[in-house]
Design a protein around this ligand. Sequence first.
Ligand code: EPZ
Length: 417
Amino acid sequence: MEKIVVKGGINLSGRVYVSSAKNSVLPIIVASILSDEKCVIENAPMLEDVFVIGDVLKSVSANININNSSITIDTSNLKYGEPSSELVRKMRASFLVMGPMIARFGKFKISLPGGCNIGTRPIDLHLKGLTALGAEVSIGHGYVEASANRLIGNKIYLDFPSVGATENIMMAAVMAEGETIIENSAAEPEIEDLASFLNSMGGIITGAGTDTIKIMGVKSLKGTTHRPIFDRIEAGTYMAAAAITRSKIEVCGINEEHLKPVIAKLTEMGVSMEINGDNIIVDGNCALKPVDIKTMPYPGFPTDMQAQMMSLLCGVKGTSIITETVFENRFMHAQELKRMGANIKIDGRSAVIEGVEKLSGSEVKATDLRAGAALIIAGLAAEGITEISDIYHVDRGYVNIEKKLKGLGADIERIKY
Ligand code: EPZ
């Protein structure tokens, strides 16, 4: 087991480089199933989740070669197969394989993805979309089975702009017969990145990044090479680290458009920021103001930044209210922050935070990926030593987080125990 040990109270300085987006790379790797020609993903983030999705593809006989940070995926020998249930339960994103596998093989069976700490994570919208495209779907004994002689384009309305459902449907529809329209689709930048990957393979997708996506089915897709977008959540996490330690740092590898809600909220708090192309200078060295945050699907404030902002607001004098509208159980980090002396009251989907003078170092536990990152940045500002265990959660979504923070001057170590 490993934990991260942070000594708080140290200012950060210098430059941190952002990796490419986990939530882009995962669906893009899965989408390579749709072609029997090689796909290359450059500058891929070397993350646990990327290795797991690679294993999922290997379970259907894809050839994955990871060399430095480029991933070559050869699906010329793809055979029908079913990923093991522990792989699917390990990582929900494995479920994205369903759409492409049905498109390629006309059938697929996969274990129901488990819920996780942040919510039940249903798949009803994924199945609604695949059914609308002509798949016969059944659920039983903990598995989902689907079959379709052919997939036919259709108009699909998503009751919630689900990221995963939008991606699954897009990948199933890209070679369906005729046109598919996804209404109330997710508009996240990672959806746009997946669409540009599919279009570079010969797909015909328009409207990605808006709430209506049109997909004109094509006969086949060719191999391609793609460089994913920067990880806006990793970038936001380091921006929050600068604010919580009242430091000035430069975050290199950002897209201003993708970070708009985070920049707007930090600006409202009094953080000053200066954008130069792909880089942003963040200066948190000022008296910060309390704010209210409501997480929403993109372009609203990202749920994946909620925990990090809670850590930040715990040390800001006054009352802040965070409302989590996307997941029903995404306040697990609040309990851990209270061990550090935070004053947080949870009431259903809202958290009321009364800023305290200083958090105090403590032994805490990462309960999920973003909660773990939030506790690490809380430790940067806390009095004394903070130990964050179950750090494997964080490694799913952050490349070398302790090395990157150490590069900014933090006193932080990863310890085996
Ligand atoms: C993606 O998860 C991301 N994961 C999550 O990032 C992110 O928090 C989430 O989108 C929202 O932005 C990846 O891209 C791999 P959803 P996903 O389907 O696709 C409900 C991280 O920290 N819903 O948009 O699972 C669901 O219950 C992770 O990087 C249904 O009701 O999210 C939830 O309340 C965490 N029915 C809401 O939609 C469905 O069929 C958002 O889920 C599907 C979803």
